[in-house]
Design a protein around this ligand. Structure first.
Ligand SMILES: NC(=O)c1ccc[n+]([C@@H]2O[C@H](COP(=O)([O-])OP(=O)(O)OC[C@H]3O[C@@H](n4cnc5c(N)ncnc54)[C@H](OP(=O)(O)O)[C@@H]3O)[C@@H](O)[C@H]2O)c1
Length: 291
């Protein structure tokens, strides 16, 4: 049995879909408050849907029973209920899950994190603390560290809205990022269940090319066929937001936006030898899909 925690999220639901498509057993952890349509989609995949919460250790002990591998994608950054925070979910909750998995005799744990960034913010502290605990656990592990998801960071949710002729960009927009599709991250996560692949390793993940956000704007203009007005959030404003933030979520968003402004190029040649996952989805293909 494979347990997916975060199964109602963008990435977790795609992982469940891929696993079910391969005929692999899927246990999906959802919450009593999760979106019923997303839960119904998991049930339609014939997943074993169990209710739990990262803040509730007992529910995690039950969910981990009889499980061989855990994949955890959960995060409170975009999907929060009362009592959820970076500290209670992304840090303490994920630590609870590592402990519960180890105690239940889980063999392998796949954690979705992100690359080490030279900026201090609560989400990064949480990810590093969980990585550290996992590395010291008795389980084998694969820590996947994807950079920015194309469908999140080049989407209207974060102000990048080519269909409406507008794009908000954090910083100058000149530094390159290896934007990666969440669908490809899901393929890597499923491949990481293979016991012969990337055992006890942290693997950075990027897409097939590196583009600056301004280059991404040009690609979107070509694909959608209309001009896009660019609005910049200056790096100084992000720095001010990062130092003034009183709340861990705000500080984490400011940290992530500063990270984006600084660019993030991931060299994938070696990783694609270990994980023969090709082709990776390009930014152009993403815009063609929304065109
Ligand atoms: N977006 C990016 O660019 C990016 C880049 C690198 C890494 N990542 C990482 O990728 C991962 C997946 O992101 P995503 O976009 O799929 O996130 P998402 O769509 O917001 O999904 C988050 C999931 O976590 C669950 N969750 C939240 N709090 C929980 C709790 N207390 N107990 C149990 N489950 C809880 C949510 O459940 P409900 O539906 O019940 O709320 C949902 O299933 C995250 O770990 C993120 O840090 C993201």
């Amino acid at each position: 049995m494979n347990l997916i925690v975060g199964a109602t999220g963008i990435l977790g639901s795609e992982i469940c879909r891929l696993l079910a498509g391969k005929g692999e057993p899927v246990r999906a952890l959802v919450r009593a408050t999760s979106n019923p349509d997303k839960v119904a989609q998991l049930q339609a995949l014939k997943a074993d849907v169990v209710v739990g919460d990262l803040k509730d250790r007992r529910s995690l002990d039950a969910a981990c029973r009889g499980v061989r591998a855990v994949i955890s994608t959960a995060s409170s950054t975009l999907s929060r209920q009362e009592g959820d925070s970076i500290e209670s979910v992304d840090q303490e909750g994920q630590l609870n899950l590592v402990d519960a998995a180890e105690a239940a005799g889980v063999k392998h744990f796949v954690l979705i994190s992100f690359p080490n960034v030279d900026i201090d913010f609560p989400l990064q502290r949480a990810k590093r603390a969980v990585e550290d605990r996992l590395q010291r656990s008795g389980m084998s592990y694969t820590i996947l560290q994807p950079t920015f998801f194309t469908e999140v960071w080049l989407s209207p949710a974060l102000g990048f809205d080519p269909r409406n002729g507008k794009a908000q960009i954090y910083g100058s927009g000149n530094r390159k990022i290896s934007f990666i599709s969440f669908q490809d991250v899901a393929r890597f996560a499923v491949a990481a269940l293979d016991p012969h692949r990337a055992r006890n390793a942290a693997v950075q993940l990027g897409g097939p090319e590196s583009l600056s956000p301004l280059e991404a704007v040009r690609v979107a203009e070509e694909v959608i066929g209309k001009p896009i007005e660019v609005q910049h959030v200056p790096e100084e404003a992000l720095r001010a937001q990062h130092s003034a933030a009183t709340d861990s979520l705000q500080q984490s968003f400011a940290g992530l936006m500063l990270y984006y402004a600084g660019g993030d190029v991931i060299e994938m040649t070696d990783t694609l030898r270990t994980f023969p996952i090709q082709p990776l989805k390009s930014v152009r293909a993403h815009f063609q899909g929304i065109g």
